[in-house]
Write a protein that binds this ligand. Structure first.
Ligand code: CP
Ligand code: NVA
Length: 313
């Protein structure tokens, strides 16, 4: 390899576009992705064949369980003409301690994109820093940006622009909440967050999004008049041993009909799923007419197709 070729390889590593948090793409691009997702959804439902990623491969590394993320990326790639590789740490050398840096260099030399679901966010950052192809965050302990593309799309489909809306987060201030906080600043809506004292969101993420968020310890307070009520499991993946302690701490945070009745009369209920009925949400709310959770789940497919088309083609 000539020196020039080596420089251009280096250049491609430095300039490759990743999607680790919503902040990796400019707001205008994110808004276009939502539009594109709505468009791709309509085309797919009409039966149109559109295969811009023919012969392209997406490696999917799952260190945690998944239904929606796994199926939506797999089907999304297939519909766009490409294919996926399902890699779990146990089936690969990752589980035996091969460094992330080496794994990233090897896998990215053979595929066109990598989707990773793992625990520490620093792991996807390390992978991305050593990858010559786009890396997509399919959920870490800190963020879930793909979920927010689907959530914003769902609001837009049902209620129009999310700009200026008031959204009430009731529950744990962790990964999905953090991405909601970033979305509030980027898409210009207000996010009112109610968490128990010990489960408030990360302070740096709070600081970064200060202008668009309000913190509280009172679910009723944040839900009053809101356009959307959103929640998530009280015990995320990796926190299973804290389940009973968390259930006690989150008493009073279940989204039930009484809480929903305080929101705007047309308020939507969202949840990234999987949901635990009778814990963070009642069966009546999730099955009720304000619930958009299954449209939200389906939109993972369409939103990620728009993302894959943008990053990989
Ligand atoms: N919402 C979401 O990411 O679901 P999965 O854990 O099933 O992928
Ligand atoms: N907060 C949840 C989201 C699952 C999609 C978790 O991390 O398990």
């Amino acid at each position: 390899m000539t020196l020039l070729q080596r420089f251009s390889c280096l250049e491609s590593i430095v300039t490759v576009q990743h999607f680790l948090t919503l902040d990796d793409l400019p707001p205008a691009t994110l808004k276009l992705l939502i539009e594109r997702s709505i468009d791709l959804k309509a085309q797919t439902k009409k039966g149109a064949i559109y295969e811009p990623l023919k012969n392209k491969s997406l490696a999917m590394i799952f260190s945690k369980s998944s239904t929606r993320t796994r199926v939506s990326f797999e089907v999304g790639m297939r519909q766009l003409g490409g294919g996926t590789l399902n890699l779990s740490p146990n089936d690969t050398q990752i589980g035996r301690g091969e460094p992330i840096e080496d794994t990233a260099r090897v896998i990215s030399s053979m595929v066109d994109g990598v989707m990773i679901r793992t625990d520490a966010h620093s792991k996807v950052e390390t992978f991305a820093a050593n990858s010559s192809v786009p890396v997509i965050n399919g959920l870490t302990d800190d963020y879930h940006p793909c979920q927010l593309l689907a959530d914003v799309q769902t609001f837009q489909e049902l209620r129009g622009s999310i700009e200026g809306a008031t959204i009430a987060w009731v529950g744990d201030g962790n990964n999905v909440c953090h991405s909601f906080m970033n979305a509030a600043r980027i898409f210009n809506f207000t996010l009112r967050i109610a968490t128990p004292e010990q489960f408030t969101p990360d302070s740096q993420i709070t600081e970064r999004n200060q202008s668009h968020i309000e913190l509280s310890n009172d679910p009723k307070d944040v839900v009053a008049g809101a356009d959307v009520v959103v929640t998530d499991t009280w015990a995320s993946m990796g926190q299973e041993s804290e389940k009973s302690e968390r259930q006690e701490a989150f008493a009073g945070y279940c989204v039930d009909d009484q809480l929903m009745s305080l929101a705007h009369k047309d308020a939507l209920f969202l949840h990234c799923l999987p949901a635990y009925r009778g814990k963070e949400v009642t069966d009546a709310v999730i099955e009720g007419k304000q619930s958009a959770v299954f449209q939200e789940a389906e939109n993972r497919l369409h939103a990620q197709k728009a993302l894959l088309e943008y990053l990989l083609s």
